[in-house]
Design a protein around this ligand. Structure first.
Ligand code: ZN
Length: 280
């Protein structure tokens, strides 16, 4: 497997969120020759979407995604309505940024609930409710299936196949308005992965997120590894998304409270560049 095109590297702001604000991240990407950026909304809120867009354009970066919308299930109608309104705001911000997609972390079960099927229905209904607004704004929605360890509290969509079933149901003609984010951390274990990536195809793969699965993993959320430090065959999975027609960015997204968030952020970016070439 030949190394990837270095121009396809993108920085998800989660990777250095402990060290830098959004302006520092944008300038850091420009300094290191990283051409894509994918902000989380907490970082976007530091400047607002318009000012962020101005800074991103001034540094010649592409916004490969906005993280995140979703979190649709709630215990009552008021909570679900608030979630819809929050998603509409996220879509508008993504439009201002010219983001390639809005990533959806769809949400788990409402507190106290054991109704997993019901939560999944709320997710389907929630995405269905905001899809027209997203289409009108020109912002594709990318459903990100999360590893099943998050099914209760973060995302009850847990496999690529399940995410694609939602796409089929809500956007059967594959218009490009709804697709998936393939994050190797969440889907690497799935015996169906190769087949589901092929099924997704070029039209439905909207983002490709990379990092690594460490053995042992010491925290369910905040112990992701740098590419090459764990057990995921990232070049193999990249070969599958490329065979499916995906030509977009490779977004490094590393939540790492005890390692990468404690290092100098310039060192982290330099390592992202190196491992993108040697282990992705
Ligand atoms: Zn991701």
């Amino acid at each position: 497997m030949a190394p990837p095109d270095p121009a396809l590297l993108s920085l998800n702001t989660a990777t250095v969120r402990a060290q830098w604000n959004l302006r520092q991240m944008i300038e850091g990407c420009a300094r290191h020759g990283i051409r894509g950026i994918s902000p989380w909304r907490d970082k976007l809120a530091e400047y607002g979407a318009k000012e962020a867009k101005r800074m991103i354009d001034a540094n010649g970066l592409t916004v490969t995604g906005l993280c995140r919308g979703g979190m649709f299930p709630a215990a009552d109608a008021r909570g679900r309505k608030a979630a819809i309104e929050d998603n509409l705001r996220a879509i508008d911000d993504a439009a201002v940024l010219g983001a390639h997609c809005l990533v959806l972390v769809v949400g788990g079960m409402p507190q106290g609930s054991k109704d997993l099927a019901g939560a999944r229905e709320m997710v389907r209904d929630g995405i269905g409710t905001v899809l027209d607004h997203a289409r009108g704004a020109g912002v594709p929605l990318a459903i990100e299936p999360l590893h099943p360890m998050y099914a209760a509290d973060r995302a009850c969509v847990n496999t690529l196949g399940q995410a694609l079933d939602l796409c089929d149901e809500l956007d059967g003609r594959a218009s490009g308005a709804l697709g998936v984010a393939v994050d190797v951390y969440h889907v690497w274990w799935d015996p169906e992965l190769a087949r589901q990536i092929e099924r997704a195809g070029e039209k439905r793969i909207l983002a490709f997120h990379i990092c690594d699965w460490l053995v042992p993993t010491t925290d369910l959320l905040l112990d992701r590894g740098m590419m090459g430090d764990g057990v995921i065959d990232i070049p193999l999975i990249r070969s599958w998304v490329e065979r499916a027609g995906y030509r977009g960015f490779h977004e490094v997204e590393i939540f790492s409270a005890n390692n990468w968030w404690r290092r100098d952020a310039d060192e982290v970016l330099a390592m992202c560049k190196e491992r993108h070439q040697s282990a992705s």
